[in-house]
Design a protein around this ligand. Structure first.
Ligand code: HEC
Length: 468
């Protein structure tokens, strides 16, 4: 089977030397991608997916959470809960995993692995929240009243010429060499530096969808027509109509385009049609480049080439804490076997394709993890991941643990408690207790649990042999 890649008839409003004006669409054949479009969750009226591929969804108005490799868990039973956004914040929840920030019924909530609580940010935001985007360290929040940036404990409204941003935004744009956020107001779109400052470019068009690719090019939909803005601010019409939505793939220049005639994948000026029925609403693109969509009834995943997803490692593929890893093949019902090897030694995987790795049992440094998935139709996918075990530096009492103790434990453990922790020796004596207490989130007794980074330090100190 081959998929046709169609070259857009580029009806240029601005002609650039590199993008010729083309009278007729050109048909280009390339090797066919294998496309799978599977329903992954049935009866989900609303849904959102985080970067770590935790799926939040509403079913009959109740709220569920499904972590990779696990069954969905009912979090809140209430009539009419609809989830419309979810991001992993860098702060750590009680089990050391990131706190999830959720957009439910127009308001913000946090989930720390135990409790669903209104986010403190919710009080300061006017209007109903409509969209979230996390571009660490900046969190962008769109409400019915405007667009807000949250960073360094500060909430700032983005305004253009005194006007609020009301018609969408996209992060990841580049204009004249600066990182910008493109925002839509009632009459135009504008490139605004992410840190704030004067508008770099603007165009008098009203957009219904907007996204930026990895080159910093911005793709927009104006009256159903696809157009693209170059890094020099030039607008190019791509002569494609009936477009409903755009989603860009992180780490790749590809853009997904939802249209009246299905989902398309766009590479440069080439487009390949992946499905033929009217495109359902996009939910999220996951880190493996799979598109999650919802038709208001079921949640589906659309993928090209059956990518294999591995979840459970810390950022940068670091294994710094004992972790449960999960392999998530695309088209799970067609999987014949999943084989995993660490440095050429086979690892036993359970029926959910999960396995545990403990950095204490491995040498510090780089290891290679091979994943092989065989499908019943003869297809197979292999992936090798370099994972880094331990922390890339020595953890010492003087530099790391002492200050952590002062900041997080000393105020209670100097004399007020039975367990006296004051210095290097007492920490080393009670180390296994300490690990148990901080990993479970039982300690510190009050205040916020240790962050992932702090936990890694405590674990790394022991693994490194309690350096002074
Ligand atoms: C707000 C006060 C408070 C803070 C902050 C706090 N603790 Fe505790 N901790 C307690 C109390 C109270 C107990 C129970 C009495 C006891 O065992 O001393 C306790 C008990 C413990 C125990 C013994 C638990 C057991 O059952 O064996 C350990 C170990 C411990 N804490 C470690 C820590 C560490 C490490 C930190 C800092 C990361 C910390 N605590 C921060 C109040 C605190």
């Amino acid at each position: 089977m081959r998929t046709s890649w169609l070259l857009f008839a580029a009806a240029c409003t601005v002609t650039t030397p590199t993008e010729r004006q083309l009278a007729d669409p050109l048909l280009i054949q390339v090797d066919a991608p294998l496309v799978s479009n599977q329903v992954v969750i049935e009866d989900a009226e609303s849904a959102a997916v985080t970067d770590r591929m935790v799926v939040w969804f509403g079913r009959d108005g109740d709220l569920y959470r499904q972590a990779p490799g696990q069954d969905a868990v009912l979090i809140e039973r209430a009539l009419g809960l609809q989830v419309a956004g979810a991001v992993d914040l860098e702060d750590a929840g009680v089990d050391g995993t990131p706190i999830e920030l959720l957009l439910i019924n127009g308001s913000l909530w946090t989930w720390n692995s135990v409790l669903l609580r209104p986010s403190p940010l919710a009080q300061d935001l006017p209007g109903q929240v409509t969209r979230l985007a996390y571009d660490a360290p900046r969190l962008w929040i769109e409400t019915t009243q405007g667009l807000f940036r949250w960073s360094q404990e500060e909430l700032v409204e983005i305004r253009v010429g005194g006007e609020p941003v009301t018609r969408g935004f996209t992060i990841g744009g580049v204009a004249l060499g600066q990182s910008v956020i493109w925002v839509g107001t009632e009459t135009a779109i504008h490139a605004v530096p992410v840190q704030g400052g004067p508008v770099v470019f603007e165009h008098n068009v009203q957009v219904s969808a907007i996204t930026a690719d990895t080159y910093g090019l911005v793709w927009i939909v104006v009256n159903g027509e696809l157009q693209r803005v170059s890094r020099d601010g030039e607008l190019l019409s791509l002569g494609r109509t009936g477009v409903r939505s755009l989603v860009s793939e992180r780490g790749s220049p590809d853009v997904w385009m939802g249209a009246d005639d299905g989902w398309w994948k766009v590479q440069g000026l080439l487009a390949a049609q992946l499905t033929t029925s009217p495109a359902a609403a996009p939910i999220a693109l996951d880190p493996a480049g799979r598109l999650w969509t919802s038709d208001g009834v079921d949640l589906s995943v659309l993928a090209v080439d059956r990518p294999v997803v591995l979840t459970g490692l810390s950022r940068g593929d670091v294994l710094d804490l004992p972790s449960e890893l999960t392999v998530q093949p695309t088209d799970p019902e067609l999987v014949q076997s999943v084989m995993i090897a660490l440095d050429d030694t086979l690892i036993t995987v359970d029926e959910t394709w999960s396995f545990s790795l403990d950095p204490a049992e491995l040498d510090a440094g780089l290891h290679s993890l091979d994943i092989d998935v065989e499908y019943t139709d003869g297809d197979s996918r292999a992936q090798t991941r370099d994972i880094f075990v331990g922390l890339p530096f020595d953890v010492t009492w003087d530099e790391h643990i002492g200050p952590l103790h002062e900041a997080r434990c000393a105020r209670c453990h100097t004399d007020g408690t039975e367990t006296i922790l004051t210095d290097f020796a007492s920490w080393q004596d009670r180390y296994s207790d300490i690990i148990e207490q901080v990993q479970s989130g039982a300690m510190p007794l009050t205040g916020t649990p240790l962050t992932n980074d702090e936990l890694s330090l405590v674990v790394g100190w022991g693994n490194g042999g309690f350096l002074p």
